[in-house]
Design a protein around this ligand. Structure first.
Ligand SMILES: [Zn+2]
Length: 236
């Protein structure tokens, strides 16, 4: 059993390496996915900024068209002045022209505001486009990272799995079964085998019993910690 225990420690080390290789492999994919998600969000913002810019331009155009129409109307009315057949008609045309002019002043103010608005919406759109380009660069870099390192990490992962399987094949089935069961129960740390230093389990700091110490020294069977239930080995 003593030899099996040594191999269990090797197995735990190999499992740890395999887990690490798997994590490194998953990380580059995660990074790429996060970058793609970020880009999707940034593109949505760019579309919204584009729409706002177009709407501001359309509002400006509407006001300019309205002013143009009213100015044409004034030209028409001015042309009618000479043909007025009565003072009343003449005065009525003048009143209408004055009313339109007064309104035009307000429209001109609106046009100035709409110009400012359009300009500021354009700036926001430009900024959004720049952000998209920047984020596209991040996605490209993440993609290149995956392309460049995927094979390397896949090979590392495969090799570490082969290595751990080789070690596992040399461990008695009962000990291996216990190891696997305890490892599954400690999924976060992946630690199933712990050392004993000075009568204490290094997994949970629980003191071991004299009987457990004796069993560990003789190494006839697996000794589990009473508290954390992990396989204990004496520090060598
Ligand atoms: Zn323990």
């Amino acid at each position: 059993m003593k030899e099996a225990l040594v191999r269990l420690i090797d197995l735990q080390r190999a499992d740890k390496a395999a887990t690490l290789a798997g994590k490194k492999r998953a990380e580059i994919d995660l990074k790429l996915r996060a970058a793609e998600k970020l880009l999707a969000g940034v593109k949505t913002e760019e579309e919204a900024a584009h729409k706002a810019s177009q709407e501001a331009k359309a509002a400006l155009h509407r006001n300019e068209m309205e002013l143009k129409e009213r100015e044409s109307r004034i030209t028409v009315l001015n042309g009618k002045l000479g043909g007025a057949t009565s003072n009343k008609e003449y005065q009525s045309i003048l009143t209408e022209v004055a009313t339109i002019r007064a309104e035009n002043g307000k429209i001109e103010e609106r046009i100035l505001l709409a110009m400012d608005e359009s300009e500021s919406k354009d700036k926001l759109w430009e900024a959004a486009k720049a952000k998209t380009r920047e984020t596209e660069g991040i996605v490209r870099a993440a993609n290149a990272d995956v392309e460049r390192r995927r094979d390397e990490f896949d090979a590392e992962l495969a090799a570490s799995k082969v290595h751990r399987d080789e070690i596992a094949a040399s461990i008695p089935p009962d000990a291996l079964k216990a190891y696997e069961r305890i490892r599954v129960g400690n999924r976060t740390t992946g630690i199933a085998v712990v050392e004993v230093h000075g009568d204490y389990c290094q997994g949970c700091q629980m003191e071991i019993t004299p009987q457990q110490y004796s069993d560990l020294v003789h190494g006839k069977s697996l000794v589990l910690c009473r508290s954390c239930q992990r396989i204990m080995v004496l520090q060598t």
